[in-house]
Each structure stands twice: as structure tokens, then as C-alpha cells.
Design a protein around this ligand. Structure first.
Ligand code: MG
Ligand code: MG
Length: 259
């Protein structure tokens, strides 16, 4: 069942989403060769708790950390480790918080130092596909319109759209109805109504769409070992208008400073 939210609830959700956005912005300034993903995880947990919130992933389905950190061919659900990042890596950071009873959930794929041009293109296209999906988030459309927009744009670039993992409704639970796949047909799926809040999150592979899970029980990797990118926003429709509750502004500002 889809739980539609009131304006008041959506304002609380915006605060949760914005805290995740600020956490990603804080991390953006720290990501460089030599840094371990476990260090990033500790920074994020402290930052979130300092803002009177709780890490949203820690303990959720027994996940052991605050961040899902997925490097290179890792798609999502990577576990932070003591292995340092190296120049040329990409690192997808997915972060959730719980504040005032509502979850925020957002992801961004960062470049570590200089990355290969074809990898930079994967990041650019995946991020763009997120915004193309968001453009379809309007009253009267269906979830399939979002899915279709993401799939057609990324496949046009020859990329693989992960099937096994999808976006989702968001609220008092991290994962609510409806599912928001990154592939699908126009005009299909649940109708988009006032009060709907969803996390839209394309997970796009440079090569095959096929993925597998590592023996740690969490990490999802591409089947061909090629890199994968992941961007996520929390998006609401309220009073007939689409509002992106999260933002990449904090990340953009941090990256601009270290340029
Ligand atoms: Mg997420
Ligand atoms: Mg999500």
C-alpha cells in the first residue's frame, strides 16, 4: 500500500533529506587517494549524530555501517573497509538518516582524483538520467514513465540498467511502496498522486546489466567487473508540484572548493 504524505510530513522529510545532502557534502571534501572508506563511514556517523539524527542504514536488515560504500565495479551495498581509495577509483556513497520519525536516503558517485574519460561519462550520464526520471514525476503520470525515461537514456549510451535493485517509496520506513525500477514501460505502474514521496535511484553499469552478490552477503558487483554508478534523490509531489527534497548543492560546493 502506498502511504501518501501530508505537507507537514513532507516538510519533516525535507529536513531528513537535507541532512543526508549535507553529510554527502561533508564527505565530498574528504574523498581523496589514501583515504579509507571506513574513515568516511566514521565521519558520517559522527556528523549525523551531531545533528540529532540516527544513521538510517546502521542495523537496517542488520547492515553493519552508516554508509553503503561501493567502489568501481561494486554497484551498491558495499561495506566500508580499511582499504584506501586510489587515484582513478570511483566511489558510490549511499547514505540514510532517520530524524523526526522520517527517513532521508541519497546517493552520489564521486571520482577519486583523476578518472578515465569513459568513466567520467558513465557518471555524467547516470546523474543526468536521474533528472530525466525526476522530470516524469508529476501528477497523472505513472511510475513506469520515470522508469522508461531512465532506461532509454542510459541504454542509448550502451550502458546496462541493473534490474535486481530499484528505487522505492520513502517515509517512516526506509523502503515503502511503490517500487521504482530504473527500467520499464511508459504508462505502466502506480499512478503518481499528490503526497507521493519516492527515492529515485538509477544504478547504471558501464557494461552488462547483470550483477552478482559477493560472499559477504551484501556487496553487489557487476558480472563483468566494469564500473557502475549510482545517484539518488528523494522526490515529492505536493500541492500539484514536484519538489526534490534532497540536493547535490552541498556536494557541488565542496567539489568546487577542492578543484
Ligand atoms: Mg540510498
Ligand atoms: Mg534508496
Amino acid at each position: 500500500m502506498i502511504k501518501l504524505k501530508s505537507r507537514e510530513e513532507i516538510e519533516l522529510m525535507r529536513q531528513s533529506a537535507q541532512l543526508v545532502s549535507k553529510t554527502l557534502g561533508m564527505l565530498a571534501a574528504e574523498i581523496k587517494p589514501g583515504v579509507t572508506t571506513l574513515y568516511l563511514d566514521q565521519l558520517a556517523e559522527t556528523f549525523i549524530r551531531d545533528h540529532q539524527a540516527t544513521p538510517g542504514f546502521l542495523g537496517l536488515y542488520d547492515f553493519p555501517n552508516t554508509l553503503c560504500v561501493s567502489v568501481n565495479e561494486q554497484v551498491v551495498h558495499g561495506i566500508p573497509s580499511k582499504k584506501p581509495l586510489v587515484e582513478g577509483d570511483i566511489v558510490s556513497i549511499d547514505c540514510g538518516v532517520l530524524m523526526n520519525g522520517f527517513y532521508g536516503d541519497q546517493a552520489y558517485t564521486f571520482a577519486v582524483g583523476e578518472i578515465a574519460p569513459e568513466v567520467a561519462k558513465l557518471l555524467e550520464v547516470t546523474k543526468e538520467s536521474l533528472y530525466l526520471g525526476i522530470k516524469q514525476m508529476k501528477i497523472g503520470n505513472r511510475i513506469g514513465d520515470i522508469s522508461h525515461a531512465i532506461q532509454t537514456y542510459t541504454e542509448k549510451h550502451g550502458y546496462g540498467v541493473v534490474r535486481e535493485l530499484v528505487g522505492h517509496g520513502l517515509g517512516r520506513k526506509m523502503h515503502e511502496s511503490p517500487e521504482v525500477p530504473n527500467y520499464g514501460k511508459r504508462g505502466r505502474g502506480p499512478i503518481i498522486r499528490n503526497g507521493l514521496v519516492i527515492a529515485i535511484e538509477p544504478m547504471i553499469n558501464m557494461g552488462t546489466k547483470r550483477v552478482k552478490q559477493l560472499s559477504d552477503g551484501w556487496t553487489i558487483v557487476t558480472a563483468d567487473g566494469k564500473p557502475s554508478a549510482h545517484y539518488e534523490h528523494d522526490v515529492a509531489v505536493i500541492d500539484g508540484k514536484t519538489e526534490i527534497l534532497s540536493t547535490f548543492d552541498y556536494v557541488d560546493q565542496a567539489l568546487e572548493k577542492i578543484k
